[in-house]
Design a binder for this molecule. Sequence first.
Ligand code: F7E
Length: 339
Amino acid sequence: MTRRALITGITGQDGAYLARLLLGKGYDVVGGSRPSPARDLWRLRAVGIDRDVRIADLELLDSSNILSVIERERPHEIYNLAAQSVVHSSFRTPVLTGDADALGAARILEAIRKVDSSIRFYQASTSEMFGDTDESPQSETSAFCPRSPYGVAKLYAHWMTVNFRNADGLFACSGILFNHESPLRGREFVTRKITHGLAAIALGQCDCIELGNLDARRDWGFAADYVEGMWKMLQGKAPQDYVLATGRSHSVRNFCEAAATAVDLDLVWQGAGIDEKGIDSRTGRTIIRVSSDFYRPTERQPLVGNAAKAGRELGWRSTMSFPELVRTMAEADLKLARR
Ligand code: F7E
């Protein structure tokens, strides 16, 4: 029997990679996406599957809409990837972020319980739930201490996933994913902002980019690896929560240096703090400035994950190294900028 999957947030980076993976495994894929006259399917086109998935209007703020989509489509698996996922914006829109990211997951879980409690559920949880935790690296047993409205909302959804599993016996898994990037990443996130910006600078299309905290550290992996982990979680014998991460952290500064090399810019740093600049030593031009606009109100602990449990129980591991990831993204952006 063909298995059917419903992916909320199909138009995002992970939605595109996950849909491609599931189609390759013979699934019938339905993509949930917010009703919009200007729906942009560029990521599905980029991975060559825009004609192979059905799109259903799905609004995480509307319980009755969620219920009717699940009743109509009767998926075997639901992957809840839809979210207001920009951490910085969540400080300005905490209530909306909570409505979509926290209550949105609860609405889906409630609908699963009503329609068919055998539907398997994946919740896209995040390393942002750890926030200011004392432990490093962070694993499934580390304490949560979110430092953003986004992290707080996602933590509610995580605990609801765990509670529906314990109280109602749902096959519900929470995947606690550290940052995962690709050429399909939105430009509001720092990695793609850097590769897109430096590629444009290298081709003379732009002068300079502005960044926030150059010393912020993240654990960056390749998104296509991480969607494989999502699928594996729902194929397990029993529902569990898993961290997916590379186990290595790098700074925003490291990312800039690797991206500059990949687009053939010779980046050197001058100055300190808010006055620090990245200079292209060949031309003497300033190509990176620091701006307080991109600093987060609260950000302390460098986030780095321990994915040993996923390795042991799911056979999952991250396959792409940091230099390879940066090079892949920078080369894709150079190609795009040349077009
Ligand atoms: O920031 C620093 C910033 O916005 C990464 C989302 O997918 O991953 C993502 O959240 C770091 C932070 O991602 C700029 O302060 C410096 O330390 O790329 P980001 P994020 O906030 O880590 C997690 C796992 C998720 O779940 C989220 O949905 O980079 N940073 N300068 C900057 N960040 C941005 N965006 N822009 C800057 O100019």
